[in-house]
Structure formats: C-alpha cells, structure tokens
Design a protein around this ligand. Sequence first.
Ligand code: PEP
Ligand code: MG
Length: 942
Amino acid sequence: MAKEKTRKSVYTFGNKKAEGDASMKNLLGGKGANLAEMNLIGVPVPPGFTITTEVCTDYNKYGREKVVEMIRPEVEAAVKYVEKIMGSGFGDKKNPLLLSVRSGARASMPGMMDTVLNLGLNDEAVESIAKKSGNERFAWDSYRRFVQMFGDVVLGMKPASKEDIDPFEEIMEHMKEEKGIHLDTEFTVADLKELVKRFKKAVKKVTGHDFPTDPWEQLWGSVMAVFDSWMNERAVYYRKLNNIPAEWGTAVNVQAMVFGNMGQNSGTGVAFTRDAATGEDIFNGEYLIDAQGEDVVAGIRTPQQITKEGSKRWAKLANVSEKERASKYPSLEEAMPAIYKELLDIQQKLEDHYRDMQDLEFTIQDGKLWMLQTRNGKRTGAAMVKIAMDMLKQGILTEKEALLRCEPAKLDELLHPVFDPTAVTKAKVLAKGLPASPGAATGQVVFHADEAEKWVEKGHKVVLVRIETSPEDLKGMNVAEGILTARGGMTSHAAVVARGMGKCCVSGAGNLKIDYKARTLTIDGVKHKEGDWISLNGSTGEVYDGKIETRDPELSGDFGKLMKLADKYSRMLVRTNADTPRDSQVARNFGAKGIGLCRTEHMFFEGDRIKAMREMILANDEEGRRKALKKLLPIQRADFEGIFEAMQDLPVTVRLLDPPLHEFVPHEEANQKEMAKEMGISVEEVKQKVHDLAEFNPMLGHRGCRLGNTYPEISEMQARAIIEAALNLKKKGIKAIPEIMIPLTGTLEEMKLQEKIVRETAEKVFAERKEKIDYLVGTMIEIPRAALIADRIAESAEFFSFGTNDLTQMTFGYSRDDAGKFLPVYYEKGILKHDPFQILDQEGVGQLVRMGVERGRSTRPNLKVGICGEHGGEPSSVEFCHSVGMNYVSCSPYRVPIARLAAAQAVIKEEAALAKSKKTETKAKKSKKDEGKGKKAAKKKK
Ligand code: PEP
Ligand code: MG
C-alpha cells in the first residue's frame, strides 16, 4: 500500500487543459482518456476528473474504506478545480455545483455499468437551481431523476429481475393515474415535488435510512457504485463475450453537469461520423429536445435525426409525411442551425484527429454545445470493411493500417447466408422498421430474453421480439438469430448492441403491438403467437411473415478488395478442411488455396456406403475385408474425383481412415436388428461385433494409422482410390495434386509402414495405367510423441499437418468429447482463460508445435508444414502458426476469409515488432556510444 500512496489516482481536465491524454486508455479508461484529449484539441467538454482503473482494482482488493482514505485528498482537490472553472461550489447552498458520475473501462461496454446524474441536489440546492435557471420545472425534474437514479444504482433499489417493477416507476405510474395524465412531461412542478417526497419515503421504507442530503456522501456512494457495477452480472457476461479481462477494472469520470433538459433551447444526442451499419461516409445521429442523456439510448421517446437528409430518409421509412416530419420531428440542422454547424465541424475534427469513425455524445444546454464523449464507434462487419477501404482510398490510412483496422473474427458476419432473392420476393412483408443492423434472420418469435435462451438450448432458432431492449436482455440477444423492437431509433440499446454483436436487428417498427403477458405480436390487426416464424432483413428494415430460404454470400466489392490486399501481405496460404465437392467449391470461392484436410470417414456414412463399410468391419478375415473394400473402392474414387475437380490445380490433402471402427456400427437395439436384417446375419452376431469393438478409451484406442497398420488393405484401397481418381482426371485434362496423409502417427515405424503401402499401391496403379502423377506422402502431427521425434518422422514424411484437436487433447489430457463438463467451471475459477480446443494454447501445446516444425525441418529443410485442427481458423492461433513458420493454415470453408486476414495481420504485426526492437537496439547502442564518448571526454579532461 505504501507505493500506492505516491501514485497519482485522479486526473483533471477542463478549459482546454488536461492531465491525461488519449494514449492513457489503460489507466483512464476509453472515456476518460478521450475526455482529456478532446480538451487538448480544443473541443468544448464540461470540466471534470477521472479516477483511474487502478483504483477500481484496489477497490476490489481492499474495499471501500481503504480506497476512500487513499484517494480522498486527490478527489477533494479535483472537485475544487472543477468548482473554480464553473464558478460554483459543490455543496454550496446558494450556488451549487452539480456533478455526473460515469463509468469508463479500457474497452467500451455500452450500457453495462452504472451512471448517476444530477448529483449534489438536495432540498436546498434544488431551490437555488430553480432560482438560478429561472426554470423551476427543470430543477425539480432533475431532482426527481436524481433521487430515482441514486436509489436504483447506489442504494440498490433497482429490481433484480426485469419482470419486477422499479419502485420509482411504480410511484410515477400511480401519480399519472391520479392526475389522469400519460406522459412524464405532463407532470406539473407541484407533481414533481410530490414525486420527490414519495420517492424519498420509498427509500426510507426500503433501506431504513433517509435519502442522503450531503453531496459528498452522494459523490462517494456513486463512485463506489460504479466500481461495484464492474462486477455486476451483465458486465461480467459482456466481458466474457468480448474477451475483456476482469483485471482491467473501470475508471470513474466525474464531470460538471450540463443540462439538456432546460427547455426548448436544450437537448441531447448521439452521433456517428460515418454510418455504423453500412459504413457509408455520412454524418448521422439522433437527438431529443429538452431531454437528458439516457433518454436517447433508452428508446422511450422517438428521437429526431441530426441531418436534414437523414431526417427525410427516416420519415420515409417510418411512414411520416414531410409536413409532419418538418413540424414534429425537425432535424437538428433545421431546428438549431448554428449548433448543427458547430457539431459538424467538431465531428470532422474528431474523426481527422482519431483517424477512425467516431461515436459521439453531446448535450446542448441553453444554446451552448458540449461534447460528453467520443470513442471509436462500434460497427457491423460490413461497415468495418467499408470504412477501412474508404479511409484507404481517402488517403487517411495506409494499406497496412487498413488491414489492421479490420478484426478478422468480425468478417464472420459477412460470410453468413443472405436471403435468397427469389424467395424474398414471394414473402409477405408484415412491417417495416429501421435497418439497425444488417443481415438476414429467420426464426421463431419469442418475447423474453430468458425464453430465447431456453428455446435455443432446445435447438430452436429464434427472433427476439421486444418493445425495446435493455442491458438485461444481452444473453437472449446473443443467442437469437435476430432482434426486432417496436420502439427505439438507430442509436437505441438494441441497435447499438446488435451492431456490436453483428446480429441482424430491425428497430422501431412502430406498427407492432406487443403483449408480453399473452405472448402475442399484433401487426395491422393480425396476431402472431410465440413460436410463429418470422424473418428480418436488417439491411432494409423489412419484417417478413414465415421462414425464408437463404443462400451463400459472395466476396465482392470492398470485401473482395480487402481480401486481395490481405493476400498481398500474407506469407502463409489458407487452405480448407472439406470433404465434399460443395464445401470445396464454397471454400474456393472464399479464396482457399487447396484442401488441408479431407476426412475420408465422412464419406462412408451416406446411403449404401455404410452397408459396405459394415460388411468390411464384420468380416472375420482379410479376404472378407478385401471383398467389402472392393465395393467401397469405386465409391471413394468417385468422391475424390469430385473433390479434385472442384480443387483443380490446387493441392488436396486426403487423410486415410482415422476414427475407431465402432463409430460405424449401430449401438441401439432397433438399429442393430435392422443391420442384421440387411446383412443377412443374426442380431447376436451384430451384438457380438459391437461388443468386440467397444473400447474403454476409443480416442486412444484402435484408430488412426493403427487401423491401417493392422488392416493394411484399408490403406491400400484408399491409396488406390486417390491415385486412380487423379489419373482419371488427368485423362480429362484436369490437374489433381493429391497429398496423402497418415493420421495419428506416433513412431517412425508406423509412418514407414503406411508410406510403403501407399507408394507400392501407387506404383502398381501407375504400372496398370501406364501413366503417372505427382503426389506426396505426409503425416498428421497430433500425438505429442510425434512432435518430440519430428526429426525422425520427417525422414519419411514429405509434409506435416498439425492436428491440434488431438494434440490439445493429448497434451492437456482432456477428452475432446468430455471437456465440456468441466471447462465452464475452469473459466469461472480462472484456471483457464479460454477453451484450448478453440484458441491454441501457445504456452503448452504451442511448444510442441514449434518443436515439431523445427525438428522436422532439421531433417528435411523444405518440409511443407500446415495446421488442420480447429485452431487453423482462429485469428490468434493463425498468428502463432505464422510465427513458427508454417506454410499454410487450413480451416472450415466459412473461416477462410478470416484466416486470410489474420495471416496478413500476422506479417504486419511481426514487421512492426521487429522495427520496434530495432529502434530500441539502435537507441541502446547510441546511448552506449554516447556513454563511451562521455567517458573518453572525461578521461581527456583529466
Ligand atoms: C485434429 O486432431 O486436429 C484433426 C484435424 O483431426 P480430427 O479432428 O479429425 O481428429
Ligand atoms: Mg485428429
């Protein structure tokens, strides 16, 4: 603790000065760092200060009392700093300073943590504010909001479940009934005063204490509540979803209040420097007149557009006439032209400064514009690509920067199916809302987030339909195919969160009548029940009746350009794991440069094939097996021809049979009977065989090359099918490049025996056909022993492909099939950070991979090396594969573009790291030289 005492914990900003800057995100959080930076570049920001993320970590370690004691002097000094700029006093009865308290983590977590506004109000301060502003209603409305927010957030009165009613909302509803009014804005000053009284009574009843009137007590309570909210359930869930470590903590930003609810000359809004859904380079956003911050995102009132053009577009979508639009929902450009002009300049300044699309929050207090936040805006995958490529074209970014701007995993959104254009023209449009987050979604209607989770667990596809969403709905939104809301604009919670998740979302579809209790959705008088199918087009805002067929997307436009750019920089190639011509074609369309793993076992399950396969398994001797294999040969050959043709001119790695044979026989009695009948044998015989094949640890049992070495005729048949298929295509002028891969090799002898079978078979076929093709024989490296003796294995193998699924299984000793039972507990307890079957464990498994590559190449310098485990499409693992010098990664077809981008980023990051270390080296050399010169000079002097 002694060290912490000297540490700076509070950073002030205001009046175009700041103690922090944009580079200090880790310490000040994103919001705090940018508030400081905005001051430094001359943007108007209400003065305030940031309490660092380190304090949050201390809070979780040492608790409230210690932390308050530690930072009290700095906070008191910072409040004085704000008082000086504002010319008012915190706790001053005549001229009170009011504050806002907001969270701000290193990475933005929209709506996940708590905020308290209007802090510093009490029975005396409210009177002074009323007098000073000449607006009694505004003063009492702010007080009413403050007691409610403080009660909910700091005093914990917010109900835990969304289904329970907020006690303050309940009081307001009663009051509305009593007065016969409908809207909050219809409350009179007397009503608001009465509300405050009732709110305070409720506080006393629930907490047993009076509502705190001391501003300092309010401030400390609010700061600590923000720290507490870092650990609330939804924040924890959001962090998990976005890989944000709990250790980061949140900063707390305390600022002088500025008021958007001071009347018709005030307002508040949210804006984006470019379109966050499509990426188009147009300034856009929403605002509300006479409203306070949270009103815009909460989706309670219909927000107005900032630009006139945007407003017209909105009116068209919302079916609002031009006359009504201009009078009831004018844009900021029309309603407050001078403010609009200032905002337009500021947004340009901020985008130029940060060189990225900004998401801004602002408040207009009595005709003066204040910026409350700027951050790199969350965007859809499509917008991410368009913005990066546009900024490259506009000369804002270099090629490398544009590549780094795109998050590989986010490309996934662009790879999902879109509505089939002919199917969509036949579908009935039910409603139209705002195109809040693009994509196509088809699913069954559910109305509650927890229901969505339950339905999805049971295997359903759902569309979550809500009047509006809130942070409590996060989990349900995450599992849904799409989200549809009746209220809320393009910056509503649903829209912002859906875009962040890359989830299709249509918001503010006004003609939906949702009855949560009856679980019905009524559109134009027609009722739809829970479980009915609907479809959403998040790019147009259309809501369709029923299920609509989808089809694969294409790599065109900016996406195609980005991929080309990625290939320009990457050193590794990207192949695919595919075992059908269709998958091969999809992957080829996505830019795959070959097949890295064709699992032949999948080919044996369809139709008649399983029969021949079972015949082979049931056979009691080699002769019987050969007879059955003869039936399988033409089927396999035809399969390979299809795949080789789809992949012509590109290499195709075909793996020989891998799984334990028991996977091919039925385990249920009914199916065993059916098999007995088909095979013309008794059920007992089938049962006996199933019993014989049963193993205690099948994953460590009779599988992989152990099959090919005990039943060489299987490998022989497969090798023949591969070579014959390639020769057949050669005859048609199609070039096949087969690479034959031995699975589960652990000893050199295993490999050599298999290699011998393959090569002898190939030679035999060449002699029969009097024709040859080139082919390679290599192996999977998926057993730790193989990695350890990779130098020996490379004597026989011409290529290695790391099977990191099995390698992870055997290195950790976790069963691939059973790890799901304990992994969640392991994440919770912090034993593991990620699923090692998804993200390569570089620390452990990675060592074996690195060693395998190095040792293999020590024997065979030109050894071709790749990866074909699931990790081959996961960006951080791809980067690792690059760092150990692999030639390619192989992944499922839909991850090919992700891997292509990750492979390019790996090169760029490596270059940057190299340049950095060179710079430090030169610096170190220079300072050593200078030191030497200094010594020499000193010697001379002597
Ligand atoms: C592996 O083990 O990583 C692999 C690709 O093979 P499979 O998943 O088929 O065992
Ligand atoms: Mg394997």
